[in-house]
Design a protein around this ligand. Structure first.
Ligand SMILES: Cc1cc2nc3c(=O)[nH]c(=O)nc-3n(C[C@H](O)[C@H](O)[C@H](O)COP(=O)(O)OP(=O)(O)OC[C@H]3O[C@@H](n4cnc5c(N)ncnc54)[C@H](O)[C@@H]3O)c2cc1C
Length: 326
């Protein structure tokens, strides 16, 4: 079977309207059915979805799920933080029955550290880069500079031990959020939706909108088909097909598509932020995999050293650190 997604950009009021309509389906425990006009009438929000499907010629019967996704481009102000936790274990209570508190270091990665607009995307990529950078920061802390390299574990860890990870994440956030996601969010479509509602019923406006839309489609076609890696060379889109796609949607949909700005793809271009630039892999410091699963815990109030296998060390630290959120 083949599956696909149709993404339609909504303004906030349309998003809220869709949430309410879908909630009704959930409350009645019913399947979505775009062919049932009693359940999905010709109201504005269902019309937007049907128009999107008509535009790219997908039959309504194939749609089994509609998911509104709110785009929140947010980030944590810091990705490393020294924080205090209260020990729960009774045996760890101090003599005076005071609850003991311990300072720990918390690091966040992935969407908890920053999230992006899903169209320019790379949220998962960024999360994996963050995890790699954090792991390499940990390894760098504990591998001795002398040869042969040895693991020297010390605690407690401090914020300053992770400033390189913080710096990497600042750069990554600037690239992915400022450089890509905010290019999209700072380019709203509200104005074009309002204008489409105001003018699309006038014939003279419709003529202008449809000719603009057709020109836009032809420009996009030329751009895509001119790319060396374009995979559909055996099936080029004709002028008649461009015209037919524009003809089969409503005057309002024509106006919206004609007025809305395209995604600012060019503004998003730029070099990637690479883990390797901040945490280069030093092959001299690679250690052999351990032959036993022995795990040496190194805890306590003083910064003390112990030997451990590289594999054990990284796994146990990452689990501990990610248990806490900032
Ligand atoms: C529609 C869409 C398309 C996307 N496409 C792409 C793409 O093409 N490429 C790309 O790189 N990225 C893409 N992304 C982004 C990507 O999915 C995310 O960036 C990535 O999944 C984030 O991973 P994460 O582990 O940080 O967070 P999540 O995947 O959100 O995992 C967090 C987990 O923590 C759990 N959790 C939350 N609170 C608690 C709690 N209190 N206790 C215990 N568990 C909890 C959640 O249930 C969840 O399982 C897309 C996202 C969306 C929404």
């Amino acid at each position: 079977s083949r599956q696909g997604y149709l993404n339609i950009r909504l303004i906030h009021s349309e998003y809220e309207e869709l949430q309410e309509r879908l909630e009704e389906f959930r409350n009645r425990n019913e399947q979505l059915d775009l062919l049932d006009y009693n359940k999905c009438p010709h109201s504005p929000v269902w019309t937007i979805i049907r128009q999107g499907l008509d535009y790219i010629k997908i039959a309504y019967r194939f749609v089994f799920r509609v998911v509104p996704i709110e785009i929140n481009v947010r980030h944590a102000s810091v990705v490393v933080k020294e924080t205090e936790v209260q020990l729960k274990d009774e045996s760890q209570l101090e003599c005076g029955n005071q609850k003991k508190r311990r300072k720990i270091l918390a690091c966040v990665v992935g969407d908890a550290a920053m999230n992006v607009h899903f169209w320019p995307g790379r949220g998962m990529n960024s999360g994996m880069k963050a995890a790699m950078a954090l792991a390499r920061n940990i390894v760098r802390l504990f591998i001795s500079n002398t040869l042969p390299a040895q693991i020297q574990v010390y605690t407690p860890l401090r914020y300053l031990d992770f400033v390189d990870y913080e710096a990497f994440m600042t750069r990554l956030r600037a690239r992915e959020q400022q450089g890509r996601s905010l290019r999209v969010t700072s380019n709203p479509i509200d104005g074009s939706v309002e204008n489409a509602h105001a003018f699309s019923h006038l014939n003279v406006c419709y003529e202008h909108y449809i000719s603009t839309l057709i020109e836009k489609l032809k420009t996009t076609r030329q751009l895509l088909q001119g790319r060396r890696e374009w995979p559909h060379r055996h099936r080029l889109v004709t002028d008649d097909e461009v015209q037919a796609a524009s003809n089969r949607i409503s005057a309002n949909a024509v106006a919206q598509l004609s007025l809305a700005n395209p995604w600012p793809t060019r503004e998003m271009a730029g070099p990637e932020v690479l883990v390797e630039d901040y945490f280069p892999m030093d092959e001299h410091k690679l250690l052999p995999l351990p032959s036993t699963g022995a795990h040496v815990a190194a805890t306590g109030p003083s910064r003390k050293a112990a030997s451990s296998s590289k594999q054990d060390l990284v796994v146990s630290l990452v689990i501990t650190l990610t248990k806490f959120s900032l």
